[in-house]
Ligand binder design. Structure first.
Ligand code: URA
Length: 209
């Protein structure tokens, strides 16, 4: 059933705690986001269909399983979503990668599109959108709509931390998608940052502040 899936695996929870620490530096932050993304992606791809094939091992013929069916694409929301694609695409190297650029207007807090470059055949793919933080949910909602407008039927969203407000916004607009998150935090502060969160994930990932 579509909805929110919290990945409460001990490794994910431990790594999120390291991420939260304000003393965690850029390099370690990036590595942790990548590792967490790999673990969350493992769960987000649990329902990929399999087909049976036959091959020859050094010992005998074997009936064995491989992933079949529709191909995948990852679509990071720039810029922080980029940090999640490395880990995810390590698990699914054949996946194509699109990019959506959205920024949050500092006054209205509404997300504004400034870039979109998606695989030409995206309508034939299942898509996993990545952004480490679902805060207000506006960027997530806009990104899902951009992907739907390209004809994609099966969309998932992967994040590290979400807020209750963001999930409400996203699931109200798009009740048909599955969301995979490491943890749901308490809420948002006046600047619309997740509390306690990690601060600005993009700045911490790329060392811009
Ligand atoms: N984006 C971030 O990077 N952090 C937040 O807390 C909210 C949005």
């Amino acid at each position: 059933m579509a909805g929110l899936h919290i990945i409460d695996h001990p490794l994910v929870q431990h790594k999120i705690s390291l991420l939260r620490d304000k003393n965690t530096g850029t390099k370690e932050f990036r590595e942790l986001v990548s590792e967490i993304s790999m673990l969350i992606c493992y769960e987000a791809t649990r329902d990929l269909p399999l087909k049976e094939i036959e091959l020859e091992t050094p010992v005998a013929m074997a009936k064995t399983k491989v992933i079949s069916g529709r191909k995948l694409a990852f679509v990071p929301i720039l810029r922080a979503g980029l940090g999640m694609t490395e880990g995810a695409s390590a698990l699914v190297p054949a996946a194509k990668i699109g990019h959506i650029g959205l920024f949050r207007d500092p006054d209205t807090k509404v997300s504004v599109k400034y870039y979109s470059k998606l695989p030409e055949d995206i309508a034939e793919r299942d898509v996993i959108i990545t952004d480490p933080m679902i805060a207000t949910g506006h960027s997530a909602k806009t990104a899902v709509q951009i992907i739907k407008d390209r004809g994609v039927k099966n969309i998932k969203f992967m994040c590290v931390i979400c807020s209750p407000e963001g999930i409400e916004t996203l699931t109200t607009a798009h009740p048909d998608i599955d969301i995979y998150a490491g943890v749901m935090d308490t809420g948002l502060n006046e600047e619309k940052y997740i509390v306690p969160g990690v601060g600005d994930a993009g700045d911490r990932m790329f060392g811009t502040k």
